[in-house]
Structure formats: structure tokens, C-alpha cells
Design a protein around this ligand. Structure first.
Ligand code: 1HN
Length: 374
């Protein structure tokens, strides 16, 4: 077999315990290269840092920049079989131009014109939609048509059939979150085309999933055995909003109801077991009362967040941004996050935390920003 140029390049280490460079040592390293071998002593610093050093960077995308570009794609680019979705992904500037928001998470803005269908397909990737503004699209998951409206969170388990249909005369944009980069790294991905047209064009106010699963604390006796993964297909804004308002009201009444003073939060959970709605994705909604600053927290794993309402300041590692409705930002692994708001802030966030928890790799640390800011 002829050898092509070796992809392995060994840099002579300048670590203190290394031998001085000699012709013999160079020949040894060339030998390693041509046999596709890499000695640990030249790599250990990168492979085993003292704490996670993500290649992903903290980054902010402004909704006022994203939305006009998505609308322009709506004018110029059809949606249909092959491309499947008019979805435009956030590409983290540290990840080499791949459409990856973080090493594990995909995030995109998707846009559907009046009367348009996004064709039916299924994939092993877990997905969700979150609606920051507008309404008029029904996402049809395994034949169940689910209305999408502002503030709604719509999870969709891997391998569920799904297509979208805009039944109104206005375009609609929303965000998608998926575990694409994670499954890509694991070589675990399967995909299948379904019908070209969305098979159920009904536009019910409430989906079948809500009618069966959407009653707090009430589990249908028809489903005491194995239940579908992610049975509830939408978490409506009215419930999320009320839960957060009640937490802040209870805190005022002296009941311990918030994460920390002025900071209310809920996690979207599976109604049958109280766990995260999807095995790879954690999804939460956070509300800061006016005049709140959160404790800086570093966590293993990465987060993408979208401002739902209000304004505030977001600090991620050494970056600080002033944010408003629709803005999306990335928190790479182990970079401390602080939120501040003078007038109140509502924030949707998703992360890969369940992966790390299940693999016993999750760590969380409240941080003194002075000491660890990079
Ligand atoms: C997908 O199916 C959707 O169903 C959104 O809306 C984004 C990105 C890559 C592959 C499939 C959707 C996607 C996607």
C-alpha cells in the first residue's frame, strides 16, 4: 500500500521533561507520523485540560438581524423535498463554520409562508420548536396537528413523523432546537422521508396530545403501561406564564418559591415521570423580576437561550451583551453565566445537561466572576 501524506503531525513538545531535539528524535517522530501514531506526551495538555475549555465561543445573534434574513429567504428560497426546511442555523464562530450553535446543540430560525407545507419526515434527532412571536403554523406530529403560538414550547421525540403547515395568510418564524451535533458525533443518525404533503391539514385549537396528556397531575388510565416518548406535544404559554407569576407572588408572600431572590424558573418535564421532556435536551423558562441579578454559574455542557420578553444584560465568560426580545446567545461549557435585568426579563433556554447527568459528568459551580472570568 502506498502511503499518502500523513495527517498526523507531531509538534516537538517544549515540556520540561522532554529530551532535547536531535536528529534521532526527529527520526522517531517521523516514524510515528508515517505509522499514524501519536505519543501522549505531545497531546495531553489539549486532551486533558484541568477543566473544560470549549472550542465554542460565547456569541449573540440579534433577532433584528435574523428575522429580515429569514424573511428574505422566504421570498427567494422555496421549501420542499430535499432541503426539507427553510431553517437557518446559528453557526458558532469557534466551530469552524459548521451549522452548530455548540458542540452538541443545533439552533435555527425557521420561516414558513402563508399556505406553505414543510414536508413530512422523521429522524432520530430530538427536536423542539419555541415561538417568540406570531402564530398560524400547525406542526403535525405523528398525525396530530398542534397549533403554534407565541410563548408555546413544542417538543418532538426522535423518530416521530413531523411536518409543518401554515394555515393562515401571514408568514411565521420560530426557533428550532435539536441535538444534531451530538448525534452526528456519535454516528447515531437515521432519517426517513414521509409524504410530500402534510397529511393532516386540520387546524384544531387543541391537539389530541393536549386533550389526552395536558391536565396537571392526571394520567389517563389507558396509558399506565409504556407511554409514548414525549407524550405532551405542546406546553402552552398561559401555563408557563402563570407558573412564573405565581412563583414570584409566593416569594412576595414569604414562601420559598424561587431559585434565588427575584428569579423564578420552570423546567419543561414529561408528565408521566417528571423528567426532562427529551433524553438529550433540557428545556427551561426563566423570569427575572425587575432589579434582579443572578449568581454567576458555571456548568458542564452547553446552553442556548432566547430572550422572550423584556431587556437585560447577559454576561458569558468575558462577554457582556445588552439583550432584547428574540436575541439568542450561547453559553459554552464551563463559562460562567450571569443575568441582570432592571425592568424584568423572560428567557427561554435549552441545554444538553441530561446527557452529562446521565453519564455522571455533570458539574455545576457558583462562581466568583472576579476569579474565573477569562
Ligand atoms: C427539521 O426536521 C426541522 O422539522 C428543523 O422543523 C430543523 C434541521 C436539520 C434537520 C432536520 C423541523 C432541522 C430539521
Amino acid at each position: 500500500m502506498t502511503m499518502t501524506a500523513s495527517p498526523v503531525k507531531i509538534a516537538a513538545s517544549d515540556a520540561a521533561d522532554q529530551p532535547t531535539r536531535t536528529p534521532e528524535l526527529d527520526a522517531l517522530y517521523r516514524g510515528f507520523e508515517s505509522e499514524l501514531l501519536v505519543p501522549l506526551w505531545t497531546e495531553i495538555g489539549d486532551l486533558m485540560p484541568a477543566h473544560p475549555r470549549s472550542k465554542a465561543l460565547p456569541h449573540l445573534w440579534r433577532w433584528q438581524d435574523l428575522l429580515p434574513l429569514a424573511a428574505q429567504a422566504g421570498e427567494l428560497v422555496p421549501v420542499g423535498r430535499g432541503g426539507e426546511r427553510r431553517a437557518i442555523a446559528l453557526a458558532n464562530p469557534g466551530l469552524g463554520g459548521r451549522p452548530f450553535a455548540t458542540p452538541t446543540l443545533w439552533a435555527a430560525i425557521q420561516y414558513l409562508n402563508p399556505g406553505e407545507d414543510a414536508p413530512v419526515h422523521r429522524h432520530t434527532q430530538n427536536a423542539f420548536r419555541f415561538v417568540v412571536e406570531g402564530e398560524g403554523v400547525w406542526t403535525v406530529v405523528n398525525g396530530d396537528a398542534v397549533a403554534m403560538r407565541r410563548g408555546d414550547f413544542l417538543p418532538q421525540a426522535g423518530w416521530a413523523w413531523h411536518g409543518h403547515h401554515n394555515a393562515t395568510d401571514a408568514p411565521m418564524a420560530w426557533i428550532d432546537g435539536l441535538d444534531i451535533p451530538f448525534q452526528y458525533a456519535l454516528d447515531a443518525t437515521f432519517f426517513e422521508f414521509g409524504p410530500d404533503a402534510v397529511d393532516n391539514l386540520e387546524t384544531p385549537d387543541r391537539s389530541r396530545s393536549e386533550r389526552l396528556w395536558g391536565h396537571p397531575g392526571l394520567r389517563p388510565l389507558t396509558h399506565l403501561g409504556p407511554t409514548p416518548a414525549t407524550p405532551l406535544l405542546v406546553y402552552r404559554w398561559e401555563h408557563t406564564d402563570k407558573a412564573l407569576a405565581d412563583q414570584l407572588a409566593l416569594e412576595k408572600e414569604g414562601v420559598a418559591a424561587t431559585v434565588e431572590p427575584g428569579h423564578a424558573a420552570v423546567r419543561y418535564t414529561n408528565p408521566t415521570d417528571g423528567r426532562d421532556v427529551m433524553p438529550t435536551l433540557r428545556t427551561e423558562f426563566h423570569r427575572l423580576a425587575p432589579g434582579t441579578e443572578t449568581t454567576a454559574v458555571s456548568e458542564v455542557g452547553s446552553t442556548v437561550a432566547q430572550v422572550f420578553d423584556g431587556t437585560g444584560e447577559v454576561v458569558v465568560g468575558d462577554r457582556t451583551w445588552t439583550v432584547e426580545r428574540g436575541d439568542l446567545f450561547v453559553v459554552p461549557s464551563w463559562q460562567p453565566l450571569t443575568l441582570r435585568s432592571e425592568h424584568g426579563l423572560d428567557l427561554f433556554r435549552f441545554s444538553d445537561t441530561p446527557v452529562f447527568e446521565n453519564l455522571h459528568l455533570h458539574r455545576r459551580q457558583e462562581t466568583d466572576r472576579q476569579e474565573t472570568g477569562r
